[in-house]
Ligand binder design. Structure first.
Ligand SMILES: Nc1ncnc2c1ncn2[C@@H]1O[C@H](COP(=O)(O)OP(=O)(O)OP(=O)(O)O)[C@@H](O)[C@H]1O
Ligand code: SF4
Length: 324
């Protein structure tokens, strides 16, 4: 098994647009699944993935990547589970830093691109690993981004995986359409939508919910992040962003979507993530960790019990023509 921070099978560095060794064929940089051969390639690669969860947010900066990283850490705390974290936030990849993997590189082996491992049971893939410096800017148009997303799904050798967590860019863009379409070749358990309590953020969540419904992507639920602040001295809770229209709870009720939980503001979250450490492990007793644990358990229950393998909803091919 690979060691933390190690890669499996170092055989030459991979780069955007390069071919994964396993599946061959050049990346066709456009959105849309190609012919049967391409669908078969994706299916073959993702067959060993049991559950796939997409993490979405309407706005940037609400804590989506933090949530994805901690969801992956939380699931991987069970050593019997193999977890994969895929960062498709191509223009702003923050996962390598949050996972303590800055400066790591992706390598090719005979069976494809090797993920970078945080722990033996937690592998990560991000465009950040393909950049020579974390300050490099990726300025790509849609087709090139779509090509890389397809390459990530088709060419990364994840091995047997219980949970594949996909951190997406904010909003509903080309990348979202692509990932849903490509994963439609196999399955997606559903999406978790991260928001903050302010109305401007909730407005965008409604758009995300509409997007999911249009593309028939099941919604596992909504997480309200930065929801109040628990004073570390007196344990008093204050509302830093008081919701004016009932917050995520009311919105979820109105739209018949589950509220998975609320995560309070905790300055330690930013500190742990900036050091590439798991906040859940560093602050096991904090109210934010307890809230995270509850949410992760609900996501696991959703995946394990409500969407058994044979009942998985195969996302239909509604994306093949129109954008939502
Ligand atoms: N509950 C929380 N309490 C305190 N800080 C938080 C919390 N959640 C996230 N943060 C901090 O907020 C900042 C933004 O988080 P993050 O990068 O995860 O947002 P994002 O939604 O992924 O943004 P983008 O989509 O623009 O990449 C980070 O510094 C993170 O540490
Ligand atoms: S209640 Fe307010 S003033 Fe008192 S300790 Fe907590 S944060 Fe500080």
């Amino acid at each position: 098994m690979p060691q933390p921070g190690a890669v499996r099978g170092r055989r030459g560095r991979a780069g955007p647009g390069s071919e994964g060794g396993g599946s061959g064929g050049t990346v066709r940089a456009r959105c849309g699944l190609g012919g049967r051969a391409e669908v078969a390639e994706l299916r073959a690669r993702l067959r060993a993935v049991r559950h796939t969860v997409l993490v979405l947010s309407g706005k940037g900066g609400v804590g989506k990547s933090t949530f994805s990283a901690l969801l992956a850490h939380g699931l991987a705390a069970d050593e019997t589970k193999q977890v994969a974290l895929l960062d498709i936030d191509i223009c702003g990849p923050s996962i390598p830093k949050m996972m303590g993997l800055e400066g790591e590189q992706v390598h090719q082996s005979g069976s494809g691109w090797s993920p970078v491992y945080v722990e033996e049971n937690l592998g990560v893939m991000s465009v950040g690993f393909l950049l020579s410096s974390p300050d490099d800017a990726v300025i790509w148009r849609g087709p090139k981004k779509n090509g890389l997303i397809k390459q990530f799904l088709r060419d990364v050798d994840w091995g047997e995986v219980d949970y594949l967590i996909v951190d997406t860019p904010p909003g509903t863009s080309d990348e979202h359409l692509s990932i849903v379409q490509y994963l439609s070749a196999t399955h997606i358990d559903g999406a978790v939508i991260v928001t903050t309590p302010q109305e401007v953020s909730l407005q965008d969540v409604r758009k995300e919910i509409n997007f999911c419904r249009k593309v028939k992507l099941p919604i596992i639920g909504v997480v309200e992040n930065m929801s109040g602040f628990v004073c570390p001295k007196c344990k008093n809770e204050s509302q830093i962003f008081p919701p004016t229209t009932g917050g995520a709870e009311k919105m979820c009720q109105n739209l018949s979507v589950s509220l998975l939980g609320k995560v309070p503001l905790d300055p330690q979250i930013g500190k742990s993530c900036d050091r590439g450490q798991s906040f859940l492990a560093e602050a096991p007793e904090s109210p934010a960790t307890l809230s995270y644990r509850n949410i992760i358990q609900r996501i696991q229950e959703y995946c394990e019990h409500h969407h058994l393998q044979e009942e998985k909803i195969i996302v239909s091919s509604v994306l093949s023509s129109d954008s939502p």
